[in-house]
Design a protein around this ligand. Structure first.
Ligand SMILES: Nc1nc2c([nH]c(=O)n2[C@@H]2O[C@H](COP(=O)(O)OP(=O)(O)OP(=O)(O)O)[C@@H](O)[C@H]2O)c(=O)[nH]1
Length: 132
């Protein structure tokens, strides 16, 4: 284990669907799908990190968001602490600045793409609509 990463992840909602993006080639865990977000930088609050990452990655400005849940997940060689926020309103347009593929997922439909291991139970919770 080489320490713990502090990460924010955004569950962006549009017309009842949530956004997933694919980790691009060249990044660790390329090819897996995840929620937009990234590492919280030194001196940043989770909310600031959320706004910065959405802007950098997707050209989106969150206008209304709320903390939902957090979890710690141990990958083989590092541990991550993830804070998930629901984002109900945002300003775009969505532009994949970092070359991400993206898709809007209808929670009632089966998910056919592989998500990062830490996100799998989060996706299930969204599908089961156990979230407020
Ligand atoms: N963004 C994001 N990261 C996640 C999720 N789930 C999850 O385990 N992670 C992990 O959290 C870490 C986030 O790192 P990142 O590489 O996306 O962050 P970043 O954009 O700040 O990285 P970089 O600027 O170094 O490229 C990765 O190790 C990733 O495996 C998720 O849903 N979204």
């Amino acid at each position: 284990m080489s320490g713990q990463l502090d990460v924010v992840a955004a569950i962006l909602w549009k017309n009842g669907r949530f956004l997933a993006i694919k980790r691009p080639e060249g990044k660790p865990q390329a090819g897996f799908w995840e929620f937009p977000g990234g590492k919280i930088e030194a001196g940043e609050s989770p909310e600031e990190a959320l706004s910065r990452e959405l802007q950098e990655e997707l050209n989106l400005t969150p206008l209304s968001f709320r903390f939902w849940t957090e979890k710690v997940h141990a990958y083989d060689n590092f541990r991550v602490r993830l804070r998930f926020f629901h984002v109900d309103e945002f300003r775009g347009p969505l532009v994949a600045h970092e070359g991400h593929e993206w898709m809007w997922i209808e929670p009632k439909e089966p998910v056919t793409v592989p998500f990062l291991a830490a996100d799998v139970d989060i996706v299930h919770a969204l599908q089961e609509q156990t979230v407020a």
